[in-house]
Design a protein around this ligand. Sequence first.
Ligand code: PLP
Length: 390
Amino acid sequence: MSSQLTRRDWLRASGLLAASFSLNRLSSAEAAMPNAPFVSSFTNEFAFADDPFDKMPKLKARLLANENPLGISQSAKEAIMKSAELGNRYAWMEFSQIKALIAPDEGVKPENIMMSPGSSDILMAAAEYFAKDGGTILTSAITYDDLLQRAQKFGAKIKAIPMTKDYKYDLPAIKAAITPDVKLVYIVNPNNPTGTIVPTAELEAFCKEIAPKVPVFIDEAYIDFYEPAERPKLGKLVADGQNVILARTFSKIHGFAGLRLGYAIAQPEMLKTLRGYTNGEFAVSITTLMAGIASYKDVAWQNHCRAENAKARAYTTKALADMGYEVIPSAANFILFPIRMKTKTFEGQMFGQGIGIQTREFNGQPFCRVSVGTMDEMAIFIDGFKKVVG
Ligand SMILES: Cc1ncc(COP(=O)(O)O)c(C=O)c1O
């Protein structure tokens, strides 16, 4: 397809124009019906194989779980070695040490921070707590849905508001949809799977207005991919006493997906409540904590990972655009773009070449979500993609 086609021409040719209109229509209808069942956007999560994990070691390019392809820092590895000496001891002061490092950066007090084995635990705790008496969780139509799926199991309804045309959270529409039964607003920024961000000033203003009425949960799993100068600093809202909960993870820029470390920033009372729905902070091992402390201090490694991610993301975005694909601009370590074949066929052919990706389907339009790997992996991805699409 010629890259000279306009966006509208391409959308029309690919049928995406109709799909995007119907997406908005359907989602509006769903949004208008608080009782409508929440339809997961993760239609193809690991649907590509009976046992995807069995296939992982054989992949040439592992681009399906938004991991850090560069691994953990040398400083974290050294801390892990040291931690072996302390494996017989319960972690204790390591919790205070890591909170003392994080708190000043966020402009909060250590008591505003709760550590967890990955941020998933915080999402799950919030899901249970906010869903236990029923009510509604308000969010966006295309987003990360672990918290939402869990909340639904525990009795909440999910009201998912359509995204803006450029695949961003529509904060004014979310605000307009707040009703007395809304227990929580869930925002993912940068969003997964779209990779989009909402302007920081808009998000801040939204929180200031909404949080006094309804708690706002902001899942900032991908925040470390912002350039430091542009990074939202929503900890100050927590410091000001707002009922805002921030969820963070070391799984992304720090490469701790397997080590498991995350934290929540919120009011101490809220943390106490949420802690009651977790296994407690001691679920985090001393090994992970010591590695986390080392990695957090290793700003040079984080800068390196961010820069490499930006480079490989720009390369992939351009290569796809040159082939006539409309990539949604991403601020994270993955890219979402519409494809022109069935998700299963696409996945099968990519996996057949040893390239692990994920797909999504929104109202009949298939998308590829590819994590940003190393430059070599992205070259393998582009090469394999060209073979699949011809
Ligand atoms: C938006 C978002 N939130 C939370 C998580 C959970 O990450 P973890 O439990 O590894 O911290 C993920 C994982 O990919 C994610 O994409």
